[in-house]
Design a protein around this ligand. Structure first.
Ligand SMILES: O=C1O[C@H](COP(=O)(O)O)[C@@H](O)[C@H](O)[C@H]1O
Length: 257
């Protein structure tokens, strides 16, 4: 197993986290595009997961990126009708994608409740779309960058604590029922899929997340045990090349934020 060298970058507050991460995203994409023709990014929802794309939208650096060569995917989605303001894709569209030069064909949204009978079918179809873009028989394209949020309960994507979905090692995507965070129906990528990413960046802000983030950082340099994964699913995610925890001061239990 390759060694992990996670890095935590502490920002004074949410505004600085948003601005710094917006710039970091643009530079990482520009670097990745210098290495290969097509770059794949996996987005997350949540407060910081959307705010950083507002920062990209207003960044003068954004012109460094050939947006027509970047593909967008999601680590999870709320199973709601197309256009619902609570859908992660809709929020990303409003924050950045809608006003960007990214072609519609590069935007791979997870299925919505007006298109599919249930979230399980939406997950199967998303897994098939991922496989279409994979190289060499893999389950998905290699994500150059995966952004993740984390809830105060330690969930990431739609992989929640105290449940078995975090241990799924076969499917690429899963339908989730009875999510403890609304809405109850969701679609999520699985942990092995997320861990196939070159870079995984967690965006974590707020004092309420300090206990869960503490547990994640305790195991960040090694593989989490099954018990640790069940208690804090976010503790299982890491990138092949890089794992970054981009956090606010209060999220690591310091004053401020
Ligand atoms: O519901 C969700 O929550 C998490 C975390 O959101 P946050 O607002 O606490 O940062 C998010 O990462 C996930 O994509 C979303 O569906």
């Amino acid at each position: 197993m390759p060694e992990r060298h996670p890095l935590t970058v502490v920002h004074p507050d949410k505004d600085r986290l948003r601005e710094a991460t917006g710039a970091r995203i643009v530079l990482a994409l520009a670097d990745a595009l210098a290495e290969r023709e097509t770059v794949h990014v996996s987005l997350t929802g949540g407060s910081m997961g959307i705010a950083v794309w507002e920062a990209v939208a207003s960044s003068p650096l954004a012109e460094l990126v050939a947006w027509d060569r970047v593909h967008f995917w999601w680590s999870d989605e709320r199973f709601l009708p197309t256009g619902d303001g609570d859908r992660n894709a809709q929020q990303a569209f409003d924050a950045f994608l809608g006003g960007s030069a990214v072609p519609a064909g590069n935007i791979h949204v997870m299925g919505s409740s007006d298109e599919f009978p249930d979230q399980h079918r939406a997950a199967e179809v998303y897994a098939a779309e991922l496989a279409e873009w994979a190289e060499d028989g893999a389950a998905a394209p290699r994500f150059d960058l995966t952004l993740l949020g984390m809830g105060p309960d330690g969930h990431m994507a739609s992989l929640f604590p105290g449940r078995e979905e975090i241990l799924e090692d076969d499917a690429a995507a899963l339908g989730i029922e009875d999510s403890p965070k609304p809405p109850p129906g969701r679609v999520t990528l699985t942990l092995p899929l997320i861990n196939g990413s070159e870079r995984v960046w967690f965006l974590v802000a707020g004092q309420d997340k300090a206990p869960a983030l503490g547990r994640v950082l305790d195991v960040a340099g090694r593989a989490a045990t099954v018990e640790e994964l069940r208690e804090t699913p976010a503790a299982g995610a890491h990138g092949i090349r890089e794992t970054l925890y981009l956090v606010t001061r209060d999220a690591v239990g310091e004053a401020g934020g």
